[in-house]
Design a protein around this ligand. Structure first.
Ligand SMILES: NC(=O)c1ccc[n+]([C@@H]2O[C@H](COP(=O)([O-])OP(=O)(O)OC[C@H]3O[C@@H](n4cnc5c(N)ncnc54)[C@H](OP(=O)(O)O)[C@@H]3O)[C@@H](O)[C@H]2O)c1
Length: 344
């Protein structure tokens, strides 16, 4: 028996589709032997997984921007890991990679999936978890959502919800670097203090402690030119009352609505778009995959120069996946939520 086939894979599979917040019953835990990679394939040992709000949507059966996870399948997840066997000249044993690894200890990636999954080598000296945060999918979302859809100009007022989260921290920091006034919206004093004191936002509104509309009036006296929406619901409605003429609203996500058992709450104040000749546009990060390398280079430069920070909230243990995922929906994560599956 080779050293590879002596290994056991541990996996978390979708057992049933949740109604409302997922529970442990929606998951099953399996083990199976690890196999050698086929021609052109690689075997990756999972080190860290990205836990994302989108996972909640992938658990549903309906049509979306990517197919749902099938019942019985290993849960979909992006992650960083280390190549431990390779039949592909582009990846050597020992290389660190960012890839679709799914919620499991080892991931066998066939040749045809390497390209399709956008697997790429990463420099571990930048910090493994930052490759799941500002240098990873959430960072790319923040970068392209703000720059391409938001089109910030120096002096613009940018408001971002979910400000202390993965996407939010990226958006606010880039907007500051581009010369904007940046106001965050986040839950709790600790998160609000952090984005102002550590990340340099101009202000942050604690939506759990007070009235968002009043906060916007106070901190955005000239109105809101760009709103980067991570949460939807009442906060989107509140911001719509303060937008300027020609404002851009980036619909990135609506985490306040993902576990609803009633229909999604749409924005009652949408006529503000008409009055203000404003626009609201959705983005899906994968549409920008061809341009990731450029954005990564820019952000890596900011990190190296100390102009940007990348905060992750790391929880250990594959078996803790079900409860850890819930942290996203009750706001317990402080920074990008990462599940560490194995140490290097
Ligand atoms: N379109 C795309 O391609 C794309 C890609 C990545 C992510 N996204 C979306 O971007 C958003 C942020 O994702 P992320 O990975 O950066 O997550 P995150 O912000 O790191 O974590 C989620 C945060 O959402 C906040 N939240 C939870 N329930 C809320 C509620 N009812 N009202 C207001 N805030 C609530 C919590 O922060 P507080 O403590 O501040 O409440 C929580 O920490 C999500 O909507 C996600 O689906 C979209």
């Amino acid at each position: 028996m080779s050293t590879i086939t002596a290994l056991t894979n541990h996996q978390v599979r979708l057992a049933s589709r949740p109604v409302g917040l997922p529970t442990r019953d929606n998951w099953s835990f399996t083990t199976e032997p690890v196999a050698e990679p086929g021609p052109g394939g690689v075997l990756v040992k999972t080190l860290c997984l990205s836990l994302d709000p989108a996972m909640r949507g992938w658990m549903n059966g309906g049509k979306s921007y990517i197919p749902p996870v099938e019942i019985g399948a290993v849960m979909r997840a992006g992650g960083v890991g280390q190549v431990i066997a390779s039949n592909n000249p582009a990846f050597a044993v020992g290389d660190y990679v960012n890839a679709g690894l799914d919620v499991q200890a080892y991931c066998l990636i066939p040749e045809d999936q390497i390209k399709r999954s956008g697997m790429f080598k990463i420099d571990p000296r930048m910090g493994l978890t930052s490759w799941l945060n500002v240098l990873g999918m959430p960072g790319m979302t923040g970068y392209f959502g703000l720059m391409d859809v938001g089109q910030p100009k120096a002096g613009d007022t940018v408001v971002v919800s979910g400000a202390a989260g993965a996407v939010g921290q990226t958006v606010g920091q880039i907007a500051k670097l581009k010369g904007c006034r940046v106001v965050g919206i986040a839950g709790g004093k600790a998160k609000c203090d952090w984005v102002v004191k550590e990340l340099g936002f101009d202000a942050c509104i604690d939506y759990k402690a007070g009235d968002v509309k009043a906060g916007l009036k106070e901190h955005c006296p000239k109105g809101v030119d760009i709103y980067f929406d991570n949460v939807g619901g009442d906060i989107l409605d509140a911001v719509l009352t303060r937008i300027t003429r020609g404002a851009r609203i980036i619909i990135c996500g609506a985490i306040s609505q993902y576990n609803n058992t009633t229909p999604v709450k749409g924005p009652a104040n949408y006529l503000s778009l008409l009055v203000n000749r404003a626009r609201m546009e959705g983005i899906v990060v994968f549409d920008y995959a061809d341009r990731y390398p450029l954005a990564i280079a820019e952000m890596a430069g900011y990190l190296k120069d100390g102009k940007m920070k990348s905060k992750e909230d790391v929880v250990d243990g594959l078996e803790n996946f079900p409860e850890t995922l819930l942290k996203l929906f009750n706001g317990e994560n402080f920074g990008k939520l990462v599940l560490r599956v194995a140490k290097e």
